[in-house]
Design a protein around this ligand. Structure first.
Ligand SMILES: C[S@@+](CC[C@H](N)C(=O)[O-])C[C@H]1O[C@@H](n2cnc3c(N)ncnc32)[C@H](O)[C@@H]1O
Ligand SMILES: [Zn+2]
Length: 389
């Protein structure tokens, strides 16, 4: 038996080597068969593979411009799937810190590191995540990239992460608080993220904006700013990536409210809430305070697409480039069709027709049937009617 096989035989629960991306990850056998992967003996969710594919590529794209390998910290690492894949697959990564309170998880991580032959890059620890970050807050200990991948909300870790990140570094954060961020519990959203959520067609975008808002308010407390790099959302989670800047004045004009009319598709984005719809005079409801600036960085997306990741990722980055510079919030085709009582209209027809009328328009990576535009509500509706006429 080789040493990895020796170590593997020492576990008191069944484990298996699972392939993800280009890496082999040792995981509890039960995490591959159970519908909800358990926290014990250690956490691994195979459904998170795409999220980690994106992470690996975001790190490569960010690190590409560095002359020296970057320092990456996976502070809630589970069995280490994210961090190990970054260390093994991302370009130009010098050092990966894996941290998790769960001892089984860190033992499995050790096995996977040996399996992939990448031991020289890794430092493991089993500390409480905020304690770990505080211990890395001196200038020479800080990280270029920190990933926060918790159960639920990343909010408890934001302050410590901001102390442990370099200026110009990237913070990645996941939320699995879908119901809170998508408007089912707006008061809980206010308590956890500092802004009210709202149940709308574009609630995935509101979720991203609430997370960015929460990070921006935290950054501002440390006299720092943020500049979002990328964000995406899947059924079970929302992910943001943002660069931390050295000046809280960068946040000027980037925090505000989204007001949505109760009766028509009209919405307003700005520094204050709007109580009455400018289009139809009905009452509006509002989300926020939240991030109202750009969600994606064009330079980053260009680099990410240039590095030619596998097709699905490349399409996502290329498609996201079209959204840069377009208004906050998207419309959903089926929702407009049902509101005006017409049959379903193909998304490409809508986008092309709006462009034909001289408006800006694009699809959005946040919803298969979502589109952005700077057109007024009347002209959007006219495009939908023109399809059935
Ligand atoms: C959602 S899982 C992480 C999943 C992992 N990032 C992945 O991609 O597979 C959250 C992890 O955080 C760990 N954890 C929870 N609270 C913690 C804390 N305060 N400090 C350190 N680890 C913690 C848990 O043991 C669990 O493994
Ligand atoms: Zn209205």
């Amino acid at each position: 038996m080789n040493s990895t096989a020796d170590e593997a035989s020492e576990f008191e629960f069944p484990i298996i080597m699972h392939r993800e991306g280009k890496s082999g990850i040792f995981v509890p056998k039960i995490s591959l068969t159970s519908t909800a992967p358990p926290m014990n003996p250690a956490f691994y969710n195979p459904l998170g593979e795409y999220k980690r594919d994106v992470l690996v590529h975001v790190v490569s794209s960010y690190a590409a411009s560095f002359t020296k390998g970057v320092r990456f910290a996976d502070i809630l690492a589970g069995v280490g799937a994210g961090g190990i894949r970054v260390g093994n697959e991302s370009r130009n990564v010098g050092c990966v810190f894996l941290n998790d309170l769960n001892r089984n998880a860190m033992q499995l991580a050790s096995l996977s590191i040996n399996q992939n032959g990448i031991g020289e890059k890794f430092i493991r620890s089993g500390e409480e995540a905020n304690f770990f970050l505080s211990n890395h807050s001196s200038m020479e200990e800080r990280f270029d990239i920190i990933d926060i991948d918790p159960f639920g909300s990343p909010a408890p870790y934001l302050d410590s992460a901001l102390r442990a990140i370099k200026i110009g570094g990237i913070l990645g954060a996941t939320s699995t608080d879908g119901q809170i961020l998508c408007g089912l519990y707006p008061n809980v959203s206010l308590r956890k993220y500092g802004g009210y959520s709202l149940n709308t067609d574009y609630c995935q975008e509101i979720a991203i904006r609430l997370m960015l808002g929460s990070l921006a308010f935290a950054a501002s407390r440390h006299s720092l700013g943020i500049s979002p790099t990328f964000a995406h959302t899947e059924k079970h989670y929302t992910r943001i990536y943002a660069m931390v800047t050295g000046n809280s004045a960068d946040l000027e004009g980037k925090l505000g409210f989204i007001s949505q009319c109760n009766a028509c598709p009209s919405r307003s984005v700005g520094p204050v809430m709007i109580g009455v719809c400018p289009d139809c005079g009905s009452n509006c409801k509002a989300a926020g305070p939240l991030w109202i600036g750009e969600l994606f960085d064009l330079q980053f997306l260009t680099k990410a697409a240039e590095l030619r990741p596998e097709r699905k990722l490349e399409q996502m980055f290329v498609s996201a480039k079209d959204e840069v510079g377009l208004p906050a919030t998207f419309y959903v085709t089926d929702s407009i069709s049902s509101r005006i009582g017409c049959s379903s209209v193909p998304i490409l027809y809508v986008v092309d027709s709006l462009k034909g009328l001289g408006y800006k328009s694009s699809r959005t990576i946040l919803d298969r049937k979502g589109f952005r535009t700077d057109a007024c509500t009347d002209d959007i509706i006219a495009v939908f009617r023109s399809y059935t006429d």
